[in-house]
Ligand binder design. Structure first.
Ligand code: FAD
Length: 396
């Protein structure tokens, strides 16, 4: 069985590793558009910018691994199309056959057209090359559009480097959509304490670069003159191959519970996969853990495993001296109860989001022993003890 994996990110390499781990001896080709072999993205907005991680440390494997594992790795190679009828991927005028195909093409930053056409120094952060280029500019005045995970992590890196960080966020709190008001406020205070100029309920109205300097006009009437603008307003799935090939898609490649696409020989995993999750419904997850586990899962399904993918989403972030981990998913219907345990002032907390008495998600900040108990609560009925902060989590 010949397996072709399109997308040399974490989902792609995790699938390749799992195929070999499970004893698959057939041909494997891993194709990535970027010039680099697969690497980890989380350090791009953390250790790499902070100078605590070397660029070489982000690579998942060194070059010899691919030879040892007899994996054909094509970097700097963009797949242009898929011929589903004959089972080929198209690279220039080359047609590469497959028996099973994994689409792991990830996501790309959502663009802000008014910034793109302004002529100013506008950046996005997705790739290793983006991070290396941004790393040289952290001592300057960086205007960050969007107080999501990446925007806030870059703000922390700018402040650590001694630069000026302004963060402009259209909603009333950072991470408000992801965490709600209770925890969003904690992140707002954290960044302001570290000198970030955080402007909430504020949008960028215009960017002008015509007089030899960048002027950004905000919706509150203020004007700023940053050295560069980082746009961090989310990502969109890179499902173009699936769309042009005629695979069913829904803001991402639509896959069933087993990660199989509408063509039975094609699978998708990671940021590009819109998945019919057996417990959570239709969901697309843009996190490191999901890319790894879906990649592995798709590989096992290709080899004949019959388990649906039912892992709860998990993610983490580090900003200054605050680390957090989050498990579970608050769906579009939201939550009707939130339990915050611990101490918001010292930022050692655990939080549970609950709907109709059932725990949807939980997270901790700086309480590193809490993640396994939190994981165990997700999906269960909340109890009075869980709601009582006086009862330690470990004793529940
Ligand atoms: P990607 O990593 O996007 O890889 C897809 C690859 O496919 C890309 O290299 C792309 O060039 C390639 N490709 C696309 N189209 C083609 C084509 N036609 N032909 C060939 N190749 C193609 N998650 C967390 O949980 N915690 C974090 O702290 C965290 N930090 C992050 C920080 C940054 C700066 C970024 C950008 C992401 C972060 N994430 C984090 C998210 C996490 O890194 C992603 O969810 C994960 O990398 C997704 O992996 P993927 O393999 O699905 O996609």
């Amino acid at each position: 069985m010949k397996v072709v994996v399109v997308g040399g990110g974490l989902a792609g390499i995790s699938a390749v590793e799992e195929l070999r781990t499970q004893g698959h001896t057939g041909d494997i080709t891993l194709i990535g558009a970027e010039p680099h072999p697969p690497y980890e993205r989380p350090p791009l907005s953390k250790g790499l910018l902070l100078g605590s991680a070397e660029p070489d440390s982000v690579f998942v494997h060194d070059a010899t691994w691919y030879d040892e594992q007899q994996v054909e790795l094509l970097t700097g190679t963009a797949v242009a199309g898929i011929d589903l009828d004959t089972g080929h991927v198209l690279i220039g005028d080359r047609r590469l056959p497959y028996d099973r195909l994994l689409l792991a093409t990830g996501a790309t930053p959502r663009h802000l057209p008014l910034a793109d056409r302004s002529g100013a120094d506008v950046r996005y952060l997705r790739t290793l090359d983006d991070a290396l280029a941004l790393g040289d500019r952290l001592t300057e005045h960086v205007l960050i559009v969007g107080a999501g995970w990446i925007g806030l992590e870059v703000a922390a890196a700018v402040r650590a480097a001694g630069g000026t960080a302004t963060v402009v966020e259209a909603t009333s709190l950072p991470l408000g959509n992801a965490l709600g008001p209770e925890l969003g406020g904690l992140f707002a205070d954290l960044h302001r304490e570290h000198g970030v100029d955080l402007r909430l309920r504020t949008a960028v109205d215009a960017i002008d670069d015509s007089r030899g300097r960048t002027t950004v006009r905000l919706s509150d009437g203020h004007e700023l003159s940053p050295d560069l603008v980082l746009v961090a307003i989310g990502a969109v799935p890179d499902d173009r191959l699936a769309v042009t090939a005629g695979l069913v898609h829904d803001h991402g490649v639509l896959v069933n519970g087993w990660l199989r696409a509408s063509d039975p020989h094609v699978f998708a995993a990671g940021d590009v996969a819109t998945h019919d999750h057996p417990l959570l419904g239709r969901i697309r997850v843009e996190h490191w853990d999901n890319a790894i586990h879906q990649g592995r899962h798709a590989a096992r399904t290709m080899l004949g495993d019959d388990e649906p993918y039912d892992r709860q989403p998990y993610f983490f972030t580090d900003q200054y001296d605050l680390g957090m981990e989050h498990v579970g998913h608050v769906g579009p219907e939201g939550y009707d109860e939130v339990v915050v345990r611990g101490d918001l002032a010292s930022r050692v907390t655990t939080t549970f989001w609950i709907r109709k008495g059932r725990v949807l998600a939980g997270m901790h900040t700086n309480d590193w022993d809490a993640i396994e108990p939190i994981r165990a609560w997700v999906g269960r009925e909340a109890t009075d003890e869980l709601r009582d902060p006086a009862v330690p989590l470990a004793e529940l």
